[in-house]
Write a protein of this length. Structure first.
Lengths: 187, 310
C-alpha cells in the first residue's frame, strides 16, 4: 500500500485493477491549501498516458507485478515466444511489448519477463549481450587504430557503430540499456 | 555520491549563493531604513498555530515553528509598531521543486497597516532588492520578463476564477476542488508581465485573517505571485480572541478527524489578542525570492545543501 507522499517518478501503482507507472511527478501546495501530488501516469497495458492530481489522503495499491526468468525460443509472425525452464509454460509477447530488446535477442537468451497477474507486459535483458558481427567492411591490417567508428550488422540484424578494427565473424559485447558497443570478445 | 561530484555540485552554486546573500543584506537594509525593528523569536515552540494543512515537525515534547507568526504577533499586541524577522521554518512532508521541509521566511508586521499598505510595501521591497542587486526595475525569470515598476496587478480571487478557470470560485468551493484549480489552472497563468496580487480569499482559506466588514465570507488576505511562483501571503490580522479560538478549534477538529497530530491551543497568543491593535502582517518565502533573483528553476539551486545531500 502506498500513500500519496510515497509517489515519485517510476513508481508503479495499481488503479481500477490496472498497472500504471508514474512518468512525471510534481509536489504542489497552493497558499494555505492542501498538499497536491500532480502525476503523469502511463497505463502499462495499453500505453495510454494522462495527468492526475492526488491529495495526501489518497492511497494506492502497489501494482502486482512479478518478474520471471524465461528463455527466448523463437519469433513467428511478429510474436515472440518465451518459455519457463521449470514449468515449460510458454508465453507470447508482441513486438511492441518486446521493444528495443529485440535488437539483442539471440535464440535461447534468458530474459526477465514482467507479468501483471499472469499477463506478460514486457521484458528486460541482461545488461550485456555478446553478438556475432555478420556484415562489416574489411579492416586493412596495418591501418592504425584510431577513435573512428564504422557501422556493422550483427546476427540479430541490428546495425551498430563499432571501432574500425572489428571484422566480420567476430563477437562483440553490447550494452542492452544503451544499445552501444562495449568491447571485442576474444574467442 | 563521490566527493569529487559533491565538490563540483557545491562549487557550481557559489554564484547563486552569493546573490542570495546580497539579496538578504538588501532586505535588511530596506527594513532598517523604514524603521522596522529586527527581532528573533524562538524556533522551538510548545504550540504551533493549528492549521488544517500545515504539519509541524516535533522536537521533544515541543515543535519546530511552522512560521514565527504567533510569537511576532505577541510583540505587536504588546505595542511594537513595526517588526521584521528572517527565520528558519519547518513543515513536515513538504518537498518539491518549490518546497523544502526547512526553509527561510521573511515576516513583517505593521501596526495600523492593512492589506493595501502591505501590497505597496511588497512593491517597494522587491524593487529595492532589484535595484540593489542589478540597478534594474525588471527581472528575467526562466525566459519571462517581469516588470517591477508599481503598481502591480491586483485581481480578486473570484475574478481570477472567472478569467482562468472553467468554473466559478463558489462552484470550486462547493465541489471541493478550490486547491486543485488554484494550483493547476490559476497559478500557472501568473507568469509574464507584472507580479500579481491575488486578494479577497474565501474566509475558510485564511485561518488568522480578519473577515471583511462588508462581506464576511471573504478574508482580508492576499497572496503575491511572481513568475508563476507563490511568493508571499498577507493578512489584516484577526483581533477577536473568541473568533480566533473558534477557528483554531475547527482546525483542530478537522485534523483530529483526518487522523493528524493535534497541537495544543496557543493560549498565551490567544490571550494577547485582547490587546491586539489593528495591524497587518505578511510572510514572504526568501528561498523563492532567491530563485527569482538567480533565475533558478528549482529551490535546490539556491540552498547549499538540500536534505537529500545531508
Amino acid at each position: 500500500m502506498y500513500q500519496a507522499s510515497d509517489l515519485k517518478k517510476n513508481l508503479r501503482i495499481k488503479m481500477d485493477n490496472e498497472p500504471f507507472i508514474i512518468t512525471e511527478f510534481n509536489f504542489v501546495k497552493p497558499g494555505k491549501g492542501q498538499a497536491l501530488y500532480r502525476c503523469k501516469l502511463k497505463n502499462m497495458i495499453t500505453g495510454s498516458q494522462f495527468e492526475r492530481t492526488f491529495r495526501s489522503a489518497d492511497n494506492f495499491e502497489s501494482a502486482d507485478l512479478q518478474e520471471k526468468k524465461m528463455q527466448y525460443l523463437y519469433q513467428e509472425e511478429g510474436k515472440y515466444c518465451f518459455m519457463d525452464n521449470v514449468s515449460f509454460e510458454q508465453v507470447f509477447l508482441t513486438a511492441e511489448q518486446v521493444g528495443d530488446a529485440k535488437n539483442f535477442m539471440i535464440d535461447n537468451i534468458e530474459a526477465s519477463v514482467l507479468f501483471f497477474e499472469d499477463r506478460p507486459l514486457g521484458i528486460t535483458l541482461p545488461n550485456f549481450v555478446d553478438l556475432v558481427v555478420t556484415e562489416a567492411d574489411p579492416w586493412a591490417k596495418g591501418d592504425s587504430v584510431t577513435g573512428n567508428t564504422k557501422p556493422v550488422t550483427v546476427q540479430t540484424g541490428y546495425m551498430i557503430l563499432v571501432p574500425t578494427f572489428i571484422e566480420e565473424g567476430e563477437k562483440i559485447r553490447v550494452d542492452t540499456r544503451t544499445g552501444e558497443y562495449l568491447t571485442r570478445v576474444k574467442q | 555520491m563521490e566527493s569529487i561530484d559533491e565538490s563540483w555540485q557545491l562549487a557550481k552554486k557559489q554564484g547563486a549563493l552569493r546573490r542570495r546573500a546580497m539579496m538578504i543584506r538588501a532586505i535588511r537594509r530596506f527594513f532598517c531604513e523604514r524603521d522596522y525593528l529586527e527581532v528573533e523569536t524562538p524556533v522551538r515552540i510548545p504550540a504551533p498555530a493549528p492549521e488544517e494543512h500545515i504539519d509541524a515537525v516535533p522536537s521533544g515534547a515541543w515543535f519546530l515553528q511552522t512560521s514565527p507568526e504567533l510569537c511576532m504577533k505577541r510583540l505587536v499586541a504588546a505595542g511594537y509598531l513595526r517588526i521584521f524577522q528572517i527565520s528558519k521554518c519547518f513543515r513536515a512532508g513538504e518537498r518539491g521543486r518549490l518546497h523544502l521541509p526547512e526553509f527561510t521566511m521573511l515576516e513583517w508586521y505593521c501596526r495600523e497597516g492593512n492589506c493595501e499598505t502591505l501590497m505597496q510595501e511588497c512593491e517597494d521591497l522587491i524593487l529595492w532588492v532589484a535595484q540593489a542587486l542589478d540597478g534594474a526595475d525588471v527581472l528575467v525569470y526562466q525566459g519571462m520578463t517581469i516588470t517591477l515598476k508599481p503598481p502591480w496587478e491586483r485581481i480578486a480571487v473570484s475574478d481570477a476564477f472567472a478569467r482562468y478557470a472553467p468554473l466559478s470560485m463558489q462552484e470550486a468551493l462547493d465541489k471541493d476542488c478550490f486547491d486543485e484549480i488554484m494550483a493547476c489552472e490559476i497559478e500557472p497563468s501568473f507568469g509574464d508581465g507584472r507580479p500579481v496580487f491575488l486578494y479577497d480569499f474565501p474566509v475558510a482559506r485564511g485561518a488568522l485573517a480578519r473577515a471583511k466588514k462588508l462581506d464576511p465570507d471573504l478574508a482580508e488576505r492576499f497572496e503575491l505571485y511572481m513568475g508563476g511562483l507563490e511568493l508571499a501571503n498577507a493578512f489584516s490580522e484577526l483581533t477577536d480572541e473568541k473568533e480566533q479560538r473558534s477557528r483554531f478549534g475547527k482546525a483542530q477538529h478537522i485534523r483530529r478527524a483526518a487522523g493528524k497530530a493535534v497541537y495544543p491551543m496557543p493560549e498565551p497568543f490567544l490571550s494577547s489578542l485582547r490587546h491586539m491593535p489593528e495591524s497587518a502582517g505578511i510572510a514572504l518565502g526568501v528561498d523563492r525570492l532567491a530563485m527569482l533573483f538567480t533565475d533558478s528553476a528549482s529551490i535546490d539551486g539556491i540552498v547549499a545543501l538540500p536534505p537529500e545531500m545531508l
